[in-house]
Design a protein around this ligand. Structure first.
Ligand code: ADP
Length: 480
């Protein structure tokens, strides 16, 4: 087990190019052991105001920096992150708990957003319109939105930051990031590398403090023109309401409840592998994680048997130990939620095929669990589980299944396993979600638009679309 005394943790906030302390601090714990890793400052409201002012001042300089120079600085940041990948991954595992191999994967994935958005060509979206009385009299230009704020979650402490910061900075915006209180050290380590890469003061700020207070200040501020939030639907709703008085631009990436559908003609082995990847990655704590698994009657039994076999091969443990494939849940509250959903399912007739209980009472581990005979009446099918529990729902009628899935609140992702093109096209078209994985359990990539519909939020991260979130359109009429 590595200790925090061998990994240097930045325990200060980063504001206007300076490392900042505060009167109060908050502890950060290792979810695998419960030990305190260190503290971060709880910035007071005057410090948060000063940060907003600094980000605004920096904005008017940063937007004038030529695009290629901005992108060059982003690339320098990318290179430093890749060079420090191992150290960053260790910090990530310490505070978040995911296995080191997954943490290394996340750092590479996080860096890939910076590399992607460092392409100047993503910003050449203006136009000259041919409708004026003279040529070149009607111009459409893209401008940065201004000062942006990002409130990010603990499940991907690096990637959820870079997929917001990189497009914002490329576009010419400045950014204030408030990371999750469970995982601030990865964010601060990224800020340190951004500073080393030469980003000017105030362009990227990482602040720590009371979520409600900081959130209220960022959302109320007139200087902050946009909020990008990834987290729960409940907090997303609250922040959207808080942004209403200042009519802020919003990107919201909220809860998911991705159905994982296995049709009668599916390749069962591939579907089981896809289910393991989509369900149990990050101990099930991913917004695009498969939630409930819907299995065609014809293949239900073989799929369930094979899934249980593979699930039983998963190895729980502290993320820094080799061969561990499932780390702890982030905290006690997450553990209690999983237990509550499980109890509801068992009370309503689900049957436990494996797992179903805690592993080692003093930490936040939950055994990977498969539940048979799940149904739409159960909370674990209606709600995002965010834990290593796979409820299996048997289906016979695809039309009915699509109708039932359309009733669900969330609309982030869906997975479909089938060899039949017509079926695939039908599910892909008719499911009301932002992303569909066909015969794959892994869909994310910096080059594609990630995001949801309905209660899963608005806006897209990654792809060409990701930069639009940080740009305004201005029309200019030129007359003689
Ligand atoms: P989860 O339940 O997965 O922790 P949350 O939506 O509570 O997800 O948290 C996501 C992010 O939102 C975290 O950075 C958290 O600190 C922040 N957050 C939680 N509540 C508020 C709030 N009332 N105002 C602003 N930010 C908040």
């Amino acid at each position: 087990m590595f200790k925090n005394d061998v990994i240097e943790l930045r325990q200060q906030a980063f504001v206007n190019g300076q490392w900042l302390d505060a009167d109060a601090v908050e502890e950060v714990v290792n979810p695998a052991t419960g030990e305190c890793l260190g503290t971060v400052p709880q910035l007071n409201s005057a410090q948060v105001e000063a940060c907003i002012a600094a980000a605004e001042q920096a904005y008017y300089l940063w937007r004038e920096v030529p695009v290629r120079e901005r992108c060059g600085l982003l690339l320098a940041w990318y290179e430093l992150i890749m060079a420090e990948r191992e150290r960053l991954a260790r910090i990530l595992t310490l505070e978040q708990g995911k296995p080191l191999a997954e943490a290394l994967g996340e750092i590479t994935y996080a860096a890939s957003y910076i590399q992607w958005f460092a392409q100047p060509s993503l910003l050449d979206g203006g136009a000259t319109l041919p409708y004026g009385e003279t040529p070149l009299s009607m111009l459409v230009v893209k401008e940065p939105v201004g000062v942006c704020a990002a409130i990010t979650p603990w499940n991907f402490p690096a990637a959820m930051i870079t997929r917001k910061v990189a497009p914002a900075l490329a576009a010419g915006c400045t950014m204030i990031v408030k990371p999750a209180p469970d995982t601030p050290f990865t964010a601060l380590a990224l800020a340190e590398l951004a500073q080393r890469a030469g980003l000017p003061a105030g362009v990227l700020n990482v602040i720590t403090g009371d979520a409600q207070q900081v959130g209220a200040q960022l959302t109320a501020s007139k200087q902050v023109r946009k909020l990008s939030f990834t987290g729960s639907t409940a907090v997303g709703r609250l922040l959207m309401a808080q942004c209403a008085p200042t009519l802020k631009r919003l990107s919201l990436e909220l809860g998911g409840n991705a159905p994982f559908i296995v049709c009668a003609d599916a390749d069962i082995e591939a579907a089981v592998d896809g289910a393991i990847a989509a369900k149990f990655r990050n101990a099930g704590q991913t917004c695009v994680c498969a939630n409930a698994l819907f299995i065609a009657d014809e293949v239900y039994q073989p799929f369930a048997e094979r899934l249980v076999e593979k699930v039983q091969q998963l190895r729980l443990g502290s993320g820094d130990q080799t061969d561990v494939t499932i780390g702890p849940l982030i905290n006690r509250a997450a553990l209690h939620k999983v237990e509550k959903l499980l109890l509801d399912a068992l009370t309503k007739g689900a049957k436990l095929l494996c797992g179903g209980k805690r592993w080692q009472s003093d930490a936040n581990w939950f055994l990977p669990t498969v539940l048979a005979d799940a149904s739409f009446a159960m909370e674990c099918v209606q709600e995002e589980i965010f834990g290593p529990v796979a409820p299996l729902v048997r289906f016979t009628d695809e039309t009915q299944l699509i109708q039932q899935l359309r009733q669900q609140e969330a609309g982030l992702a869906a997975y479909v396993y089938s060899q039949d093109l017509k079926r695939i096209q039908r599910f892909a078209r008719e499911l009301e979600v932002g992303m569909v994985g066909v015969n794959t359990g892994l869909i994310s990539d910096a080059a594609v638009p990630f995001g949801g519909v309905k209660a899963s939020g608005m806006g897209r991260e990654g792809g060409r679309q990701g930069i639009e979130e940080y740009l305004e359109t201005k029309y200019i009429k030129l007359s003689n």
